[in-house]
Each structure stands twice: as C-alpha cells, then as structure tokens.
Write a protein that binds this ligand. Structure first.
Ligand code: URA
Length: 235
C-alpha cells in the first residue's frame, strides 16, 4: 500500500470519528475493499446515533452519493430491543429520507403490526428501529456492491453497537451478507438464529421479494420467522 493510500484510509477513519487504529492480522485489516467482508469492527469509544449521523455528514465516500436525493440514516425507537436491517433505500425512501416507506415498507409495517397483534405482543413498528446496509439509493435499485457495503457498513456497525438491541432481523441476502459474511443462500439460513457479535440475528426474506412471490410458501415462512423473533424479543 502506498503512503497516499494509507493517508486516505486514515482520513476516512478520522471522518468516522475513529481516533485510534490497530492492525489486525486477518485480510480485513489489510484489504478493506475485499469482497465478502463487511461491517469491520471500528467505532469511536463514545458514540451515539446523533454523532454517527453527524459523521456521515453530506457523505461523498462512495459512488452512491452521486445520484441520491437524501441520505436514509434510519428511523424508529433509538433504544429499541429489535433492529431490522434492510438492503438500501428505494425511490420512495430516497425521496423522503426515511427507510421502508414505499411498498416494501408498507408490507414490513403490516407484518410487524399484524404479527404482534395476533400474537398478543403489545408493539407496533414505532417500537423498533429500522435501517439499511447502505444509506444511499443504488441506481435502478441494483444490489449494493461490496465496496459500497464496506464503506457504509461502518455506520451500520456503529448504529448496531450504539443501540445494542436484544435481537437483529436481517431482511434479505444483502443484510445477511453484511451481518454474517456468509456465502450460503438465504433459503438455507432463514428462520434460524445466528449471531452478530453477541447479538442474536434472525434472517428472513426481504419484503420486496415477498411482494414478487405468487406462491404463499415464502410469505408463510417470513411470518413464521417474524413470530419467533417477536416472541424471543418481547416475551
Ligand atoms: N428496501 C430496503 O432494503 N430498504 C428500504 O429502506 C426500502 C426498501
């Protein structure tokens, strides 16, 4: 790595509010842009959601900034016991600056509210926190690329470390890859408990995928995943 590259990495981390850097022996420390590696464990000692939003600023750290209208940071209860992580903003979210407000968001809201009501769990969407792996809309809603996930993943890492929920729900395979760094398909991993750091993670289908499914199997499975998740967090 050249001195110039080292300088730009250090500036990048300083922008994130990180003032001490140590070297790890694994590939992540030496190759931040390595595909398949997401959410590097870097955060300032004292952190908070307002600070993270401030550090993001008018972000130009990756190409997703070029076409975005708004940065979609996250919304909901900042002391939530449950955090949902999606992939990245769509057109409606980009316009409003809020996560999951379009069609997929409406389905997610219904799923949370209706499952909780049916199961006698007194929560609604307002009780949870919702954010995405990348905070700017990928053009044409394409899947975020590994370097975009890695750059923005720093902020997701800090959001999760700050909120420290009782559980995380990864919606779809981009969130699954960011949190678990797994190469497995979502159909194998959904519906089971995994861990991000010491926090239990439930993987389930992304609501956009459920909107495209004409057979009921995936929808039924997603409802089952959510039921298990809500009981685990709120019983
Ligand atoms: N899809 C996502 O992954 N996130 C959103 O915020 C909206 C749609």
């Amino acid at each position: 790595m050249t001195r110039e590259q080292i300088r730009s990495y250090l500036e990048f981390y300083r922008d994130l509010g990180i003032d001490s850097i140590y070297r790890r022996s694994d590939a992540l420390a030496t190759c931040p842009a390595k595909p398949d590696v997401a959410l590097p464990d870097l955060a300032p000692k004292v952190d908070g959601l307002d600070q993270i939003r401030l550090d993001i600023g008018d972000c130009k750290r990756c190409r997703l900034s070029e076409k975005r209208t708004n940065i979609v940071f996250g919304s909901g209860n900042e002391t939530a016991k449950l955090v949902f992580v999606g992939e990245g903003p769509g057109a409606d979210e980009d316009e409003q600056g809020l996560p999951f407000v379009g069609r997929a968001g409406q389905l997610l809201t219904q799923m949370i509210d209706n499952t909780a009501a049916k199961e006698g769990i007194p929560i609604t969407r307002a009780e949870v926190y919702i954010c995405n792996v990348v905070k700017c809309r990928p053009p044409e809603n394409r899947t975020p690329q590994p370097d975009e996930m890695e750059i923005c993943g720093q902020f997701l890492y800090r959001q999760l470390m700050t909120i420290r929920p009782k559980a995380i729900c990864a919606l779809g395979s981009t969130a699954m890859k960011a949190l678990l760094n797994s190469k497995e398909g979502i159909t194998r991993l959904r519906g089971k408990w995994h861990k991000w750091r010491d926090i239990p993670v439930m993987i389930t289908y992304h609501p956009s995928y459920l909107l495209r499914q004409y057979n009921q199997t995936a929808r039924r499975e997603a409802w089952e995943d959510l039921k298990a998740l809500l009981h685990f967090v709120y019983d």
